[in-house]
Ligand binder design. Structure first.
Ligand code: FSA
Length: 429
Protein backbone atom coordinates (compact mmCIF):
# COMPACT_ATOMS: atom_id res chain seq x y z
CA UNK A 1 0.00 0.00 0.00
CA UNK A 2 1.26 3.46 -0.91
CA UNK A 3 2.20 5.54 2.12
CA UNK A 4 -0.23 8.28 1.13
CA UNK A 5 -3.17 5.94 0.42
CA UNK A 6 -6.17 6.98 2.54
CA UNK A 7 -6.75 4.79 5.59
CA UNK A 8 -10.03 5.13 7.46
CA UNK A 9 -10.33 3.79 10.98
CA UNK A 10 -13.79 3.56 12.54
CA UNK A 11 -13.65 3.80 16.31
CA UNK A 12 -11.16 5.58 18.58
CA UNK A 13 -11.02 3.06 21.40
CA UNK A 14 -8.19 0.67 22.26
CA UNK A 15 -7.89 -1.10 18.90
CA UNK A 16 -8.70 2.04 16.88
CA UNK A 17 -6.10 4.29 18.50
CA UNK A 18 -3.42 1.62 18.51
CA UNK A 19 -4.10 0.98 14.82
CA UNK A 20 -3.90 4.68 13.94
CA UNK A 21 -0.70 5.03 15.97
CA UNK A 22 1.04 2.07 14.37
CA UNK A 23 0.06 2.96 10.80
CA UNK A 24 1.30 6.51 11.43
CA UNK A 25 4.52 5.17 12.96
CA UNK A 26 4.97 3.00 9.89
CA UNK A 27 4.99 6.14 7.75
CA UNK A 28 1.39 6.30 6.54
CA UNK A 29 0.44 9.91 6.08
CA UNK A 30 -3.26 9.89 5.23
CA UNK A 31 -5.08 8.43 8.22
CA UNK A 32 -8.55 9.48 9.36
CA UNK A 33 -10.33 8.19 12.47
CA UNK A 34 -14.11 8.54 12.84
CA UNK A 35 -15.58 8.36 16.33
CA UNK A 36 -19.28 8.65 17.16
CA UNK A 37 -18.62 9.92 20.72
CA UNK A 38 -18.01 13.63 21.13
CA UNK A 39 -14.53 13.10 22.60
CA UNK A 40 -11.51 10.79 22.53
CA UNK A 41 -11.20 8.53 24.40
CA UNK A 42 -14.85 7.78 23.69
CA UNK A 43 -17.35 7.71 26.53
CA UNK A 44 -18.42 4.16 25.69
CA UNK A 45 -15.01 2.65 24.98
CA UNK A 46 -14.22 -0.17 27.41
CA UNK A 47 -10.70 1.21 27.67
CA UNK A 48 -11.95 4.60 28.82
CA UNK A 49 -11.68 3.55 32.41
CA UNK A 50 -9.52 4.30 35.42
CA UNK A 51 -7.48 1.17 35.08
CA UNK A 52 -7.10 -2.25 33.49
CA UNK A 53 -5.12 -5.28 34.57
CA UNK A 54 -1.79 -5.84 32.83
CA UNK A 55 -0.60 -9.41 33.29
CA UNK A 56 0.98 -12.09 31.16
CA UNK A 57 -0.31 -15.26 32.72
CA UNK A 58 -2.49 -16.94 30.16
CA UNK A 59 -3.54 -20.54 29.83
CA UNK A 60 -2.44 -20.24 26.22
CA UNK A 61 1.29 -19.57 25.58
CA UNK A 62 0.43 -17.64 22.39
CA UNK A 63 -1.25 -14.86 24.36
CA UNK A 64 1.28 -15.11 27.19
CA UNK A 65 4.03 -14.24 24.71
CA UNK A 66 2.05 -11.34 23.25
CA UNK A 67 1.30 -10.01 26.72
CA UNK A 68 5.02 -10.18 27.55
CA UNK A 69 5.78 -8.17 24.42
CA UNK A 70 3.08 -5.68 25.40
CA UNK A 71 4.47 -5.40 28.93
CA UNK A 72 7.93 -4.71 27.58
CA UNK A 73 6.41 -1.92 25.51
CA UNK A 74 4.43 -0.56 28.47
CA UNK A 75 7.73 -0.18 30.27
CA UNK A 76 9.95 1.09 27.50
CA UNK A 77 7.73 3.25 25.29
CA UNK A 78 8.08 6.72 26.83
CA UNK A 79 4.60 7.57 25.59
CA UNK A 80 2.98 4.85 27.71
CA UNK A 81 5.41 4.15 30.52
CA UNK A 82 3.94 6.86 32.82
CA UNK A 83 0.62 5.00 32.83
CA UNK A 84 1.91 1.53 33.66
CA UNK A 85 2.17 0.68 37.36
CA UNK A 86 3.86 -2.58 38.26
CA UNK A 87 2.15 -3.04 41.60
CA UNK A 88 2.04 -6.83 41.31
CA UNK A 89 -0.98 -9.08 40.98
CA UNK A 90 -2.53 -11.09 43.81
CA UNK A 91 -4.62 -13.79 42.14
CA UNK A 92 -6.45 -16.15 44.45
CA UNK A 93 -9.69 -17.84 45.42
CA UNK A 94 -11.69 -17.31 48.56
CA UNK A 95 -12.43 -20.28 50.81
CA UNK A 96 -15.89 -20.59 49.20
CA UNK A 97 -14.68 -20.68 45.58
CA UNK A 98 -16.16 -23.29 43.24
CA UNK A 99 -14.01 -25.97 41.63
CA UNK A 100 -13.90 -24.09 38.31
CA UNK A 101 -12.27 -21.07 39.95
CA UNK A 102 -9.59 -23.30 41.48
CA UNK A 103 -8.86 -24.97 38.14
CA UNK A 104 -8.51 -21.72 36.22
CA UNK A 105 -6.15 -20.36 38.83
CA UNK A 106 -3.92 -23.43 38.62
CA UNK A 107 -3.81 -23.13 34.83
CA UNK A 108 -2.94 -19.47 35.11
CA UNK A 109 -0.11 -20.26 37.51
CA UNK A 110 1.05 -23.17 35.34
CA UNK A 111 1.55 -20.81 32.40
CA UNK A 112 4.14 -18.71 34.19
CA UNK A 113 5.63 -20.97 36.86
CA UNK A 114 8.34 -22.37 34.58
CA UNK A 115 8.63 -19.34 32.32
CA UNK A 116 12.04 -17.64 32.56
CA UNK A 117 10.44 -14.16 32.49
CA UNK A 118 8.83 -14.87 35.86
CA UNK A 119 11.80 -16.41 37.67
CA UNK A 120 11.81 -15.12 41.23
CA UNK A 121 8.60 -13.17 40.65
CA UNK A 122 6.00 -15.63 41.88
CA UNK A 123 5.18 -16.44 45.52
CA UNK A 124 2.53 -18.85 46.69
CA UNK A 125 -0.32 -17.50 48.79
CA UNK A 126 -1.30 -20.23 51.23
CA UNK A 127 -1.86 -18.48 54.53
CA UNK A 128 -3.04 -15.16 55.92
CA UNK A 129 0.60 -14.39 56.70
CA UNK A 130 1.49 -14.76 53.00
CA UNK A 131 -1.10 -12.10 52.18
CA UNK A 132 0.21 -9.81 54.91
CA UNK A 133 3.64 -9.96 53.25
CA UNK A 134 2.37 -8.64 49.90
CA UNK A 135 -0.50 -6.42 51.08
CA UNK A 136 -0.04 -5.55 54.76
CA UNK A 137 -2.83 -2.99 54.65
CA UNK A 138 -5.55 -5.59 54.07
CA UNK A 139 -7.19 -6.28 57.42
CA UNK A 140 -10.03 -8.61 56.41
CA UNK A 141 -10.16 -12.35 57.16
CA UNK A 142 -9.03 -13.40 53.63
CA UNK A 143 -8.72 -17.14 53.76
CA UNK A 144 -7.48 -17.01 50.20
CA UNK A 145 -5.25 -19.37 48.29
CA UNK A 146 -3.42 -18.52 45.12
CA UNK A 147 -0.26 -16.68 44.24
CA UNK A 148 1.36 -13.27 44.03
CA UNK A 149 3.00 -12.25 40.76
CA UNK A 150 5.37 -9.30 41.08
CA UNK A 151 5.75 -9.00 37.31
CA UNK A 152 2.27 -7.54 36.60
CA UNK A 153 0.14 -4.60 37.56
CA UNK A 154 -2.21 -2.21 35.88
CA UNK A 155 -2.36 0.61 33.37
CA UNK A 156 -4.25 3.84 33.83
CA UNK A 157 -6.29 3.07 30.76
CA UNK A 158 -8.07 6.38 30.04
CA UNK A 159 -4.84 8.31 30.43
CA UNK A 160 -2.95 5.85 28.23
CA UNK A 161 -5.60 6.22 25.51
CA UNK A 162 -5.38 10.01 25.81
CA UNK A 163 -1.60 9.83 25.43
CA UNK A 164 -1.94 7.65 22.36
CA UNK A 165 -4.56 10.03 20.92
CA UNK A 166 -2.20 12.99 21.39
CA UNK A 167 0.62 11.06 19.76
CA UNK A 168 -1.64 10.24 16.80
CA UNK A 169 -2.56 13.93 16.43
CA UNK A 170 1.10 14.87 16.51
CA UNK A 171 1.78 12.27 13.79
CA UNK A 172 -0.85 13.91 11.58
CA UNK A 173 -3.80 11.56 12.10
CA UNK A 174 -7.12 13.36 11.53
CA UNK A 175 -9.95 12.75 14.00
CA UNK A 176 -13.63 13.47 13.39
CA UNK A 177 -15.83 13.00 16.45
CA UNK A 178 -19.53 13.24 17.26
CA UNK A 179 -20.78 11.67 14.03
CA UNK A 180 -21.70 7.98 13.94
CA UNK A 181 -20.99 5.86 10.88
CA UNK A 182 -24.23 4.98 9.16
CA UNK A 183 -22.99 2.63 6.47
CA UNK A 184 -20.00 1.47 4.49
CA UNK A 185 -19.59 2.20 0.80
CA UNK A 186 -18.71 -0.47 -1.75
CA UNK A 187 -18.01 -0.63 -5.46
CA UNK A 188 -20.02 -3.07 -7.56
CA UNK A 189 -17.28 -5.67 -7.08
CA UNK A 190 -17.56 -5.32 -3.28
CA UNK A 191 -14.43 -3.25 -2.69
CA UNK A 192 -15.01 -1.13 0.39
CA UNK A 193 -14.37 2.52 -0.46
CA UNK A 194 -15.02 4.07 2.94
CA UNK A 195 -18.02 5.14 4.98
CA UNK A 196 -20.92 7.56 5.22
CA UNK A 197 -21.81 9.17 8.55
CA UNK A 198 -25.18 10.04 10.08
CA UNK A 199 -24.65 13.69 9.17
CA UNK A 200 -24.19 12.67 5.53
CA UNK A 201 -20.43 13.07 5.18
CA UNK A 202 -18.61 10.62 2.93
CA UNK A 203 -15.07 9.50 3.73
CA UNK A 204 -13.17 7.72 0.97
CA UNK A 205 -10.46 5.19 1.74
CA UNK A 206 -8.27 2.54 0.17
CA UNK A 207 -8.37 0.62 3.45
CA UNK A 208 -11.11 0.79 6.09
CA UNK A 209 -10.54 -0.69 9.55
CA UNK A 210 -13.54 -1.43 11.77
CA UNK A 211 -12.38 -0.96 15.36
CA UNK A 212 -15.85 -0.65 16.82
CA UNK A 213 -15.41 -3.03 19.73
CA UNK A 214 -18.69 -4.30 21.14
CA UNK A 215 -20.68 -2.12 18.71
CA UNK A 216 -19.27 -3.80 15.57
CA UNK A 217 -22.62 -5.31 14.53
CA UNK A 218 -24.20 -1.86 14.37
CA UNK A 219 -22.07 -1.09 11.29
CA UNK A 220 -21.32 -4.63 10.07
CA UNK A 221 -24.46 -6.72 10.74
CA UNK A 222 -22.97 -9.61 8.75
CA UNK A 223 -20.63 -10.29 11.65
CA UNK A 224 -23.73 -11.98 13.09
CA UNK A 225 -23.35 -13.84 16.33
CA UNK A 226 -19.58 -14.46 16.12
CA UNK A 227 -19.15 -11.28 18.19
CA UNK A 228 -21.39 -10.58 21.16
CA UNK A 229 -21.33 -7.45 23.27
CA UNK A 230 -20.65 -8.67 26.80
CA UNK A 231 -20.48 -6.30 29.73
CA UNK A 232 -18.57 -6.20 33.01
CA UNK A 233 -19.85 -4.24 35.99
CA UNK A 234 -17.63 -1.55 37.47
CA UNK A 235 -18.23 0.64 40.54
CA UNK A 236 -16.15 2.92 42.75
CA UNK A 237 -15.71 4.17 46.27
CA UNK A 238 -14.63 7.75 46.80
CA UNK A 239 -11.75 7.59 49.26
CA UNK A 240 -10.39 10.52 51.21
CA UNK A 241 -6.79 11.52 50.43
CA UNK A 242 -5.68 9.86 53.68
CA UNK A 243 -7.52 6.62 52.89
CA UNK A 244 -6.09 6.57 49.38
CA UNK A 245 -2.60 7.20 50.73
CA UNK A 246 -2.90 4.15 52.97
CA UNK A 247 -3.69 1.98 49.96
CA UNK A 248 -0.95 3.42 47.73
CA UNK A 249 0.92 0.62 45.96
CA UNK A 250 -1.43 -2.25 46.79
CA UNK A 251 -1.35 -5.03 44.21
CA UNK A 252 -4.17 -5.62 41.76
CA UNK A 253 -6.17 -7.99 43.94
CA UNK A 254 -8.43 -10.55 42.31
CA UNK A 255 -10.34 -13.37 43.97
CA UNK A 256 -11.54 -15.30 40.95
CA UNK A 257 -14.86 -16.07 42.65
CA UNK A 258 -15.52 -12.61 44.14
CA UNK A 259 -14.01 -9.87 42.04
CA UNK A 260 -11.08 -7.50 41.90
CA UNK A 261 -9.84 -4.02 42.66
CA UNK A 262 -6.87 -1.77 42.04
CA UNK A 263 -4.70 0.77 43.74
CA UNK A 264 -6.85 3.93 44.18
CA UNK A 265 -6.62 6.36 41.30
CA UNK A 266 -3.73 8.70 42.00
CA UNK A 267 -5.62 11.78 40.80
CA UNK A 268 -9.20 11.27 42.03
CA UNK A 269 -8.70 8.83 44.94
CA UNK A 270 -11.39 6.62 43.46
CA UNK A 271 -11.12 2.93 44.30
CA UNK A 272 -12.35 0.90 41.32
CA UNK A 273 -14.06 -2.40 42.12
CA UNK A 274 -15.36 -5.13 39.81
CA UNK A 275 -17.43 -8.14 40.84
CA UNK A 276 -16.57 -11.42 39.14
CA UNK A 277 -19.16 -13.25 37.06
CA UNK A 278 -19.88 -14.04 33.45
CA UNK A 279 -21.15 -10.58 32.52
CA UNK A 280 -24.20 -9.33 30.68
CA UNK A 281 -25.33 -9.58 27.09
CA UNK A 282 -27.88 -7.46 25.28
CA UNK A 283 -29.49 -9.70 22.72
CA UNK A 284 -32.97 -8.43 23.20
CA UNK A 285 -33.41 -5.64 25.71
CA UNK A 286 -36.49 -3.57 24.88
CA UNK A 287 -34.51 -0.34 25.33
CA UNK A 288 -31.88 -1.49 22.88
CA UNK A 289 -31.55 0.49 19.69
CA UNK A 290 -30.40 -2.78 18.10
CA UNK A 291 -33.87 -4.20 18.43
CA UNK A 292 -35.60 -1.18 17.03
CA UNK A 293 -33.23 -1.34 14.08
CA UNK A 294 -33.95 -5.02 13.54
CA UNK A 295 -30.66 -6.57 14.61
CA UNK A 296 -32.07 -8.98 17.17
CA UNK A 297 -29.48 -11.53 16.09
CA UNK A 298 -26.55 -9.74 17.74
CA UNK A 299 -25.81 -8.57 21.24
CA UNK A 300 -24.84 -4.89 21.03
CA UNK A 301 -24.39 -2.32 23.82
CA UNK A 302 -27.67 -0.70 24.91
CA UNK A 303 -28.14 3.05 25.07
CA UNK A 304 -28.00 3.10 28.85
CA UNK A 305 -25.22 1.39 30.81
CA UNK A 306 -24.76 3.56 33.92
CA UNK A 307 -25.94 1.01 36.45
CA UNK A 308 -24.92 -2.14 38.26
CA UNK A 309 -27.29 -4.75 39.68
CA UNK A 310 -27.93 -5.38 43.41
CA UNK A 311 -26.41 -8.84 43.00
CA UNK A 312 -23.17 -7.30 41.71
CA UNK A 313 -23.22 -4.69 44.44
CA UNK A 314 -23.49 -7.48 47.00
CA UNK A 315 -20.52 -9.30 45.40
CA UNK A 316 -18.43 -6.14 45.65
CA UNK A 317 -19.35 -5.77 49.33
CA UNK A 318 -18.40 -9.40 49.95
CA UNK A 319 -15.04 -8.75 48.31
CA UNK A 320 -14.55 -5.74 50.60
CA UNK A 321 -15.64 -7.63 53.73
CA UNK A 322 -12.92 -10.16 52.92
CA UNK A 323 -10.19 -7.63 52.22
CA UNK A 324 -10.91 -4.21 53.73
CA UNK A 325 -14.06 -4.53 55.89
CA UNK A 326 -13.87 -0.87 56.93
CA UNK A 327 -14.94 0.07 53.40
CA UNK A 328 -17.62 -2.60 52.95
CA UNK A 329 -20.64 -0.43 53.68
CA UNK A 330 -19.49 2.70 51.86
CA UNK A 331 -21.60 4.13 49.03
CA UNK A 332 -20.73 2.80 45.59
CA UNK A 333 -20.58 5.46 42.92
CA UNK A 334 -20.17 5.77 39.14
CA UNK A 335 -21.51 2.27 38.57
CA UNK A 336 -21.59 1.19 34.97
CA UNK A 337 -21.31 -1.68 32.58
CA UNK A 338 -18.16 -1.80 30.52
CA UNK A 339 -18.93 -3.38 27.12
CA UNK A 340 -16.45 -5.77 25.53
CA UNK A 341 -16.70 -7.85 22.34
CA UNK A 342 -16.75 -11.56 23.08
CA UNK A 343 -16.06 -14.38 20.63
CA UNK A 344 -16.79 -18.09 21.03
CA UNK A 345 -13.24 -18.99 22.04
CA UNK A 346 -11.99 -15.62 23.40
CA UNK A 347 -9.76 -15.23 20.32
CA UNK A 348 -9.57 -11.78 18.75
CA UNK A 349 -10.81 -11.21 15.20
CA UNK A 350 -8.22 -9.38 13.12
CA UNK A 351 -8.97 -10.18 9.53
CA UNK A 352 -10.25 -9.01 6.18
CA UNK A 353 -14.02 -9.26 5.88
CA UNK A 354 -14.79 -12.24 3.66
CA UNK A 355 -16.71 -11.43 0.51
CA UNK A 356 -15.12 -8.00 0.16
CA UNK A 357 -12.46 -7.44 -2.48
CA UNK A 358 -9.23 -5.53 -2.85
CA UNK A 359 -8.09 -6.11 0.74
CA UNK A 360 -10.16 -3.04 1.53
CA UNK A 361 -11.99 -3.87 4.77
CA UNK A 362 -10.50 -5.17 8.01
CA UNK A 363 -12.16 -6.01 11.31
CA UNK A 364 -10.27 -5.56 14.59
CA UNK A 365 -12.59 -6.78 17.30
CA UNK A 366 -13.33 -9.74 19.56
CA UNK A 367 -11.24 -8.40 22.42
CA UNK A 368 -13.12 -10.89 24.64
CA UNK A 369 -12.32 -8.83 27.70
CA UNK A 370 -8.55 -9.35 27.55
CA UNK A 371 -7.15 -6.89 25.02
CA UNK A 372 -6.51 -3.57 26.74
CA UNK A 373 -3.09 -4.73 27.96
CA UNK A 374 -2.16 -5.10 24.27
CA UNK A 375 -2.67 -1.37 23.54
CA UNK A 376 1.05 -0.72 22.94
CA UNK A 377 1.35 -3.42 20.25
CA UNK A 378 -2.12 -4.28 18.87
CA UNK A 379 -1.99 -1.79 16.00
CA UNK A 380 1.14 -3.47 14.71
CA UNK A 381 -0.90 -6.63 14.02
CA UNK A 382 -3.14 -4.57 11.74
CA UNK A 383 -0.20 -3.04 9.87
CA UNK A 384 1.22 -6.54 9.39
CA UNK A 385 -2.12 -7.86 8.17
CA UNK A 386 -2.53 -5.04 5.66
CA UNK A 387 0.97 -5.79 4.35
CA UNK A 388 0.50 -9.54 4.21
CA UNK A 389 -2.90 -9.34 2.50
CA UNK A 390 -4.03 -12.45 4.32
CA UNK A 391 -4.40 -13.44 7.98
CA UNK A 392 -1.83 -16.18 8.52
CA UNK A 393 -2.63 -16.45 12.22
CA UNK A 394 -5.56 -18.84 11.98
CA UNK A 395 -6.95 -18.10 15.41
CA UNK A 396 -7.54 -14.43 14.48
CA UNK A 397 -9.53 -15.18 11.37
CA UNK A 398 -13.15 -14.25 10.76
CA UNK A 399 -15.25 -16.80 12.67
CA UNK A 400 -18.23 -17.48 10.42
CA UNK A 401 -20.64 -19.97 11.94
CA UNK A 402 -19.24 -19.65 15.45
CA UNK A 403 -21.53 -18.20 18.11
CA UNK A 404 -19.96 -16.07 20.83
CA UNK A 405 -20.85 -16.98 24.37
CA UNK A 406 -18.83 -20.09 25.08
CA UNK A 407 -17.80 -21.15 28.54
CA UNK A 408 -14.80 -18.93 29.32
CA UNK A 409 -12.46 -20.67 31.74
CA UNK A 410 -11.66 -17.61 33.88
CA UNK A 411 -15.33 -16.66 34.37
CA UNK A 412 -17.68 -18.06 36.96
CA UNK A 413 -21.37 -18.54 36.08
CA UNK A 414 -23.33 -17.84 32.91
CA UNK A 415 -23.96 -14.44 31.28
CA UNK A 416 -27.30 -12.78 32.04
CA UNK A 417 -29.16 -10.99 29.26
CA UNK A 418 -30.27 -7.45 30.07
CA UNK A 419 -33.83 -8.29 29.13
CA UNK A 420 -33.88 -10.37 32.32
CA UNK A 421 -32.70 -7.45 34.48
CA UNK A 422 -35.68 -5.40 35.75
CA UNK A 423 -35.81 -1.83 34.50
CA UNK A 424 -35.94 -0.44 38.04
CA UNK A 425 -32.49 -1.93 38.67
CA UNK A 426 -31.01 -0.29 35.61
CA UNK A 427 -31.27 3.19 37.06
CA UNK A 428 -29.94 2.36 40.48
CA UNK A 429 -26.51 3.99 40.87
O1 FSA B 1 -7.07 -9.64 30.82
C1 FSA B 1 -7.42 -9.49 31.99
O2 FSA B 1 -6.67 -9.69 32.95
C2 FSA B 1 -8.80 -9.04 32.23
S1 FSA B 1 -9.45 -9.70 33.72
C3 FSA B 1 -10.82 -8.60 34.03
C4 FSA B 1 -12.12 -8.93 33.37
O3 FSA B 1 -13.10 -8.14 33.96
C5 FSA B 1 -12.49 -10.40 33.50
O4 FSA B 1 -12.62 -10.72 34.84
C6 FSA B 1 -13.79 -10.66 32.76
O5 FSA B 1 -14.10 -12.03 32.77
C7 FSA B 1 -13.70 -10.17 31.34
O6 FSA B 1 -12.83 -10.97 30.58
C8 FSA B 1 -13.25 -8.73 31.29
O7 FSA B 1 -12.03 -8.59 32.02
Amino acid sequence: MEKDAPILILGAGTFGLSTAYHFAQAGHSNITVLERSAAVPPADSAGNDLNKIVRAEYEDPFYAELALQAMAAWKTNPLLAPYYHETGYLLANSAAAPEKAKKTLLKSLGSIQQHPAFRGKISPIETRADIAKVAPVFDGPMEWKGYFNRFAGYAHSADALTAMYSACCALGVQFHTGDAVKSLNYTSDKRCTGAVTASGKTYTAALTVLALGAALATVLPEVGRQVAANAWPVAHIQLTPAEAQKLRGIPVTYARDLGFFFEPDRRTNLLKLCPSGAGYTNFGSSTSSAESEGRQGSSVPPDFSAFITPADEEKIRRLLRETMPGLAERPLINGRLCWCADTADSEYIIDFVPGTSGNSLIVASGDSGHAFKMLPIAGRWLVELARAGKQETRRWRWKAGQDAGGDVSWRIGRPVDLKDVPLAVKSKL
